[in-house]
Design a protein around this ligand. Structure first.
Ligand code: NAI
Ligand code: 15L
Length: 266
């Protein structure tokens, strides 16, 4: 399976650099975009710098693309004003451009922080009420609602991947549950791009870790089965000191995001 032109936003970021490489087989042309500097275009690549907060620039960016993997935006908890520009206005600009230019499929990098206030002793599925753990989580929650609206109104299909923690290795005990390998992420993105009739799907992005907090039965139609597991890293992670039992990182699924801020921006 291969697309004509696939747009990857956030291409300069941690996951963008990985997917720039791993999604190569799935599109004749990859259009890569970010506000930060990117490596020069290679074969079958186009590099198009763009600020997601600039509506006209995003409109031009999306023109000519068959599908979008939307990773761009602020990826951690920050003052609302920053999140507003990159994430909230940014995702609106992206879907408006998708509507105007007839894009039929978007993969939206949502986040576990949409449900970060659930406790680590709870198991939830994508039907659970959202409990965002900050402005960042709220912006991803908005992106999920916005993409639902663009499906209901205009038929643009979206898979929202509530990514857990996608890094080379889990960094702490919490990530033993939330970790997603780059290989598993790539496969989930591939299925999100090519599975027919996804409509509007919300799926958690994690590897086949031992203690999972999320159940993906509502996204079974994607046919995704993780191949990696954080277990391979348990020995090294458990050399770290145990956090206090009442520390946010040990209690809440969203870890320390639940206590970031408040930000005094006045
Ligand atoms: P990252 O912070 O490394 O990459 C995000 C990219 O977006 C950056 O290169 C940044 O320059 C770009 N960006 C920020 N503001 C922008 C703007 N106004 N216009 C255009 N580009 C802008 O984050 P990472 O880890 O690569 O994550 C990618 C996506 O996946 C993000 O949307 C993040 O929220 C989401 N995600 C990532 C997780 C992870 O474990 N890595 C977990 C959950 C969600
Ligand atoms: C996220 O949403 C962030 O983008 C990423 O940097 C990690 O903090 C991840 O969640 C996590 O919860 O570990």
């Amino acid at each position: 399976q291969s697309l004509g032109r696939l747009l990857l936003t956030g291409a300069a970021g941690g996951l963008g650099q990985i997917l720039r490489d791993s999604l190569k087989p799935y599109a004749r042309t990859l259009r890569l975009s970010d506000i930060a500097g990117m490596a020069a275009a290679g074969a079958h690549e186009e590099v198009v710098p763009c600020d997601l907060a600039d509506k006209a620039a995003v409109d031009a960016l999306v023109q000519g693309c068959d599908a979008v993997v939307h990773l761009g935006g602020v990826s951690v908890e920050r003052p609302f004003e920053e999140i507003l520009e990159a994430n909230i206005k940014g995702v609106f600009h992206l879907y408006e451009a998708a509507r105007r230019h007839g894009v039929r499929r978007v993969v939206f990098a949502s986040s576990n922080h949409v449900t970060g206030f659930y406790r680590q002793d709870e198991t939830i599925d994508a039907g659970a009420a959202r409990r965002p753990d900050g402005y960042y989580g709220l912006s991803k929650s908005y992106g999920e609602d916005l993409s639902r609206f663009y499906f209901d109104r205009y038929g643009i299909e979206t898979v929202c991947i509530r990514i857990g923690s996608s890094f080379p290795e889990p960094r702490d005990r919490r990530m033993m549950s939330t970790w997603m390998s780059y290989r598993d992420l790539t496969e989930l993105v591939r299925r999100s791009l090519f599975t027919p009739g996804v409509g509007h799907t919300v799926v958690y992005g994690m590897s086949a870790n031992r203690n999972l907090w999320w159940n993906n039965h509502l996204a079974a139609h994607l046919g995704f089965e993780a191949r990696d597991s954080s277990e391979a890293f348990r020995g090294q992670v458990e050399q770290q000191p145990l956090p206090a039992p009442d520390a946010a990182v040990a209690v809440y699924q969203g870890g320390n995001f639940v206590k970031a801020g408040p930000f005094e921006t006045l």
